[in-house]
Design a protein around this ligand. Sequence first.
Ligand SMILES: O=c1ccn([C@H]2C[C@H](O)[C@@H](COP(=O)(O)OP(=O)(O)OP(=O)(O)O)O2)c(=O)[nH]1
Ligand SMILES: [Mg+2]
Length: 155
Amino acid sequence: MTAPAAPPASAEVEILIRRLDPDLPPPAYALPGDAGADLRCAVDVELAPGERAVVPTGLAIAMPAGYAAFVHPRSGLAARYGVSLVNTPGTIDSGYRGEIKLIIVNLDRARPVTLSRGDRVAQLVVQRVEQARFVEVEQLPPSERGEGGHGSTGR
Ligand SMILES: O=c1ccn([C@H]2C[C@H](O)[C@@H](COP(=O)(O)OP(=O)(O)OP(=O)(O)O)O2)c(=O)[nH]1
Ligand SMILES: [Mg+2]
C-alpha cells in the first residue's frame, strides 16, 4: 500500500531564521514530509525528577502573518526519559522575534535526565492559523451537542 495521494501541491512557506548561536545547525526536518522540524538545545541541562527549566534554542524566526509555529515534545525523549514541555505545544506568535525557548520538564518520577547542547530536544510545527473576530450575542445558535461536554457522549 502506498500513502494516499497528496492534494494539489501547496507551496512551502518561507520562514526567516536567525542563528543566535551560529555553531548550532539550523532547524531541519529529519525526513522529507515530517510535520516537525527538530530544535536543539543551546546549553547543557540536567533535570531532577519533576524539575523544569527554560532552555534556549539559539534560534529566532520570522514567519508571515497568518502563521504560527508550535513547539512540540519529541516522542522518543518522552517515551525513553519522560521529557516533555510544560506548555506543550508552546505557541510561537508570528510577530515574535525573540529567541525561541523551551520549557522542558522531566516527568520521570525517579531518574534525572541530562540534555546536552546540540541535542534535538523538541520540534517546531508551522501552521496556518485564523484570526477570529469575536462577536458578542445574547444566545448561541442551537446544536446537537448543546452544552454536553466532559464525557457526555459516554465512555
Ligand atoms: O514555548 C514557548 C512559548 C512561547 N515562546 C515565546 C514566543 C511567543 O510568541 C511568546 C509568548 O508566548 P505565549 O503567548 O504563549 O505566552 P504569554 O504568557 O501569553 O506571554 P505574552 O504575554 O508575551 O503573550 O513567547 C517561546 O519562546 N517558547
Ligand atoms: Mg500570549
